[in-house]
Design a binder for this molecule. Structure first.
Ligand SMILES: C[S@@+](CC[C@H](N)C(=O)[O-])C[C@H]1O[C@@H](n2cnc3c(N)ncnc32)[C@H](O)[C@@H]1O
Length: 208
């Protein structure tokens, strides 16, 4: 049997307390960001790294949505939430680095706070590029390493703490990773300081 990545094990471990740890940020900051991103979802949509399903209540009605995560225990919570809020969503255990979908399957692909954790982010982003249609939209709401010299350095020094507890890095350079994955039409907005960013990508496959 294939060995589980360390990060997957950490999310399985934290799943029981994940929502509790996050509730203040959720209430005051993340909730409105989730609503903002969900308003842009269209037709056939993929959510990568659905976690405990915090975006599910905001999924618009009438779209065909699939949600994946590699942590079985986070997914269990997501399934429960989908039932509670009466949303029809196809939830599957899958690794974004090895997506089991055909090329050009989705109109929209989105993530919220996921590429801080994906073990090989460039590989995961390339997989998203593959499964999203040409001209489709990819939205990544992600926290990243600060551009501020001092804060950025502090994030490097203390990265080991959330990495050990959750499996999340606080010093990922996700905008650079997006470019390294071969995306060209990339629009970046600062949402909370320069740490939480909304990265919108038009998946232009014709200029690869
Ligand atoms: C910080 S949580 C965010 C969960 C959710 N998106 C949210 O906004 O609350 C990161 C999630 O990404 C998932 N994840 C990390 N690497 C992954 C991978 N390679 N494939 C699929 N899911 C992954 C983790 O299991 C975890 O549920």
């Amino acid at each position: 049997m294939k060995k589980k990545p360390k990060i997957q094990k950490r999310y399985n471990r934290i799943s029981i307390a994940y929502d509790f740890f996050e509730w203040p940020m959720e209430l005051f900051v993340f909730k409105k960001l989730r609503k903002m991103v969900s308003e842009e979802l269209e037709n056939k949509t993929l959510e990568v790294g659905v976690g405990t399903g915090k975006n599910i209540p905001y999924y618009p009605d009438g779209i065909d949505i699939t949600a994946i995560d590699f942590s079985k225990k986070m997914l269990k919570k997501a399934k429960k939430r989908a039932k509670q809020v009466n949303k029809e969503v196809s939830i599957k255990q899958m690794d974004v680095e090895h997506l089991e979908f055909e090329d050009n399957t989705f109109d929209t692909v989105f993530t919220t706070f996921v590429f801080c954790s994906v073990p090989n982010p460039i590989k995961g982003l390339k997989e998203i590029k593959r499964v999203c249609k040409n001209g489709g939209k990819i939205i990544l709401l992600e926290h990243v390493r600060s551009d501020n010299k001092v804060l950025g350095k502090l994030m490097d020094i203390f990265n080991f703490v959330p990495l050990f507890i959750y499996g999340a890095n606080i010093n990922r350079r996700t905008v650079d990773n997006v470019k390294k994955a071969g995306f060209n039409d990339v629009f970046v907005e600062d949402i909370v300081g320069n740490i939480v960013k909304k990265i919108t990508i038009i998946n232009n496959k014709s200029i690869e």
